[in-house]
Design a protein around this ligand. Sequence first.
Ligand SMILES: Cc1cc2nc3c(=O)[nH]c(=O)nc-3n(C[C@H](O)[C@H](O)[C@H](O)COP(=O)(O)OP(=O)(O)OC[C@H]3O[C@@H](n4cnc5c(N)ncnc54)[C@H](O)[C@@H]3O)c2cc1C
Length: 447
Amino acid sequence: MQTNFQLSRRGLLAGLAVLAARPVWALPSNPDVVVIGAGAAGIGAALELTKRGLSCVVVEADSRIGGRAYTDTTTFGIPFDIGCAWIHAADRNPFYKYAQDDGYKLHFHDLNLTSLYYGQRRSDARGLKREHEAEETIRKNSERIAKRRDTAVTAAVPQWTPPFEAAATYLGPMDMGVDLSDLSTTDYARSADLDPNYLVYEGYGTLVAKVGESVPVKLSTPVRTIRWGEGKGVRVETDAGTIEARAAIVTVSTGVLAAGSIRFDPVLPEWKETAIGEVPMGLLAKIPMLIPGDRFGIKPFENVLIETPGRQEIYFLAWPWESDLMVGFVGGEFGWQLSAAGEDAAIDFAKQRLAQTFGSDAPKRVTKALFTKWASNPLTRGAYAACLPGHYVEREKLGRPLAERVFFAGEALAGPLIQTAGGAFLSGEETATKVAAQLAGPRAKAA
Ligand SMILES: Cc1cc2nc3c(=O)[nH]c(=O)nc-3n(C[C@H](O)[C@H](O)[C@H](O)COP(=O)(O)OP(=O)(O)OC[C@H]3O[C@@H](n4cnc5c(N)ncnc54)[C@H](O)[C@@H]3O)c2cc1C
């Protein structure tokens, strides 16, 4: 097996570039609010707090801001998003407005499947239409079921014929990051249709980092302990010292919370622990491959799904921006398995699918590839959260503050825009607004 890249070196260089570009802030040691995590939610929260005249410090464990929004600009000769790539729900997503105002190159991208393969057999237009109809049926059935009970979305699949198998793959692992058997019907029914979608040439990660440029942040500073039981405010302990603040906004993923990477003192109440456990991280992992030359009869920006028996599917975003990249995606249970097997195994798997579908010469033409490592990244522990069947009520508890001084925000708390960067940003803004009201006291709340 062959390793085609050096993630650690690239990650280090990218981190250094961001560090070098950031202004050095005089950070208040006792701000009104301390925000934990400088992803989209932390950035949204910090900008809103500042707008409202509150002082804040964002504490970030990584050496860069952006969290799951991160663009690699060196490996493929074209910006490549390791994390989020589509500006979903652009009509409601603040990042779309930022991108337009700053002149980013945007491409409207319809996410409907355009090429569907059952193994080697390419489905014709009728087969494709049947898959689209199957997606619609699953969606509508989920909404209908959700009115009566909360169960697994598999209950919304009327039959396991090939179009429904493909639709279940595309809606489950490739979109929600979980198999339909692990997804609550209520969670699914309440998540918004994410149209319209845009891709950003410069990278969504680049855009998020730019939006967060003015945020006062302490990088490379993991938060170890949040003390919230004494006095009035919070004490947030890091290796670089303790920050005292009137309130904290925690934006780390449910994966990080579940792993206990941050200690709470007093410990989290049982209802909060339960909520964290019932909204676990799903997985979406990417296997971009550089394949110069012939395009297998597939046009740039096509959405290609290769459906195979045994739940080992792969989706490709084909040749974005007319580049030589075929961006493979795996998700759900199979995504976790492949992540455990490691990068070489993942790239081999993607090459096998190329060979089966486009001919045995196809993998030989791959000149570079990588596998994203969100599953093992200790700062995320997955891609994004999805609610387990029967446990939708836990979403609300996940967002409930502790003692009116520890607040929560992030993609898992983004209402209809769960799992998205735009939703995370809005959740940060909304939580900051609540914190500001809280800190202003009862008079301001009543006004
Ligand atoms: C492969 C993949 C593809 C995706 N595709 C899309 C897409 O196309 N469009 C879309 O909208 N969304 C997409 N998403 C989801 C999107 O990236 C996330 O929903 C969003 O970025 C989450 O933002 P957040 O602020 O809630 O969390 P995060 O970005 O995870 O921010 C939390 C921050 O907390 C930091 N942190 C963790 N532990 C500590 C600690 N102890 N102390 C201090 N800091 C800590 C982390 O380093 C991180 O920076 C994708 C995600 C993945 C992984």
